[in-house]
Design a protein around this ligand. Structure first.
Ligand SMILES: Cc1cc2nc3c(=O)[nH]c(=O)nc-3n(C[C@H](O)[C@H](O)[C@H](O)COP(=O)(O)OP(=O)(O)OC[C@H]3O[C@@H](n4cnc5c(N)ncnc54)[C@H](O)[C@@H]3O)c2cc1C
Length: 157
């Protein structure tokens, strides 16, 4: 079933070693690694993919230990097409691949307090999945909708 994967505009690589992509530099190959070009590429791929094919989304691998035998799945790693950060009032709209530290910094520049994200070495997709947090604040405290963070506090000017 993996031999009939849909066409993509991004990169689809067979037998991709995951050890270069995880923080701890461990892990065997994924059957396929898919780096979608943008959200349309990702949604077209998922729509056309057989439901029998397992998919595994990954962020930047700071909370992943992949076994040496690798993953029998299409691992999806989002990149440049998914790292937008927009701040409007207290609402921060963020792509899944944006890094937590970048989001914290850009939010702070606009006076929005997402300081707790500053030192977490992951992506926003990973933060939502793991409910990442520190200093007593967690992603769930500020997540309004899948892509929106509504900070409860603004930084003092
Ligand atoms: C040195 C160090 C310090 C850390 N400090 C903290 C800390 O202070 N607080 C804290 O909470 N954590 C901390 N962590 C853990 C880790 O950084 C967080 O869990 C982080 O949120 C993981 O994000 P990631 O992008 O690396 O996700 P990954 O490790 O790539 O993936 C983690 C999980 O999220 C899922 N996932 C990732 N992206 C997506 C997506 N786009 N869509 C759906 N699912 C997705 C994956 O399938 C997987 O189940 C630390 C880790 C390290 C190595």
């Amino acid at each position: 079933m993996m031999s009939q994967l849909p066409d993509v505009r991004g990169q689809l690589t067979a037998q991709r070693d995951l050890s270069e992509l995880t923080w701890l530099r461990v892990g065997g190959p994924a059957d396929y690694l898919f780096r979608p070009e943008d959200i349309d590429d990702l949604s077209d791929f998922l729509r056309a993919l057989s439901p029998d094919v397992p998919v595994f989304p990954m962020g930047v691998g700071s909370n992943l230990i992949v076994r040496d035998g690798g993953l029998r799945a299409v691992v999806i790693r989002m990149g440049r097409g998914f790292n937008g950060i927009e701040v409007e009032g207290n609402r921060v709209t963020v792509g899944a691949a944006a890094l937590d530290a970048h989001v914290a910094r850009k939010a702070a520049d606009a006076g929005v307090d997402l300081t707790f994200l500053r030192t977490i070495p992951g992506s926003i997709g990973g933060a939502v999945r793991m409910n990442a947090g520190c200093y007593g604040s967690y992603t769930a405290d500020v997540l309004c909708r899948p892509q929106w963070f509504c900070a409860v506090a603004r930084l003092s000017p």
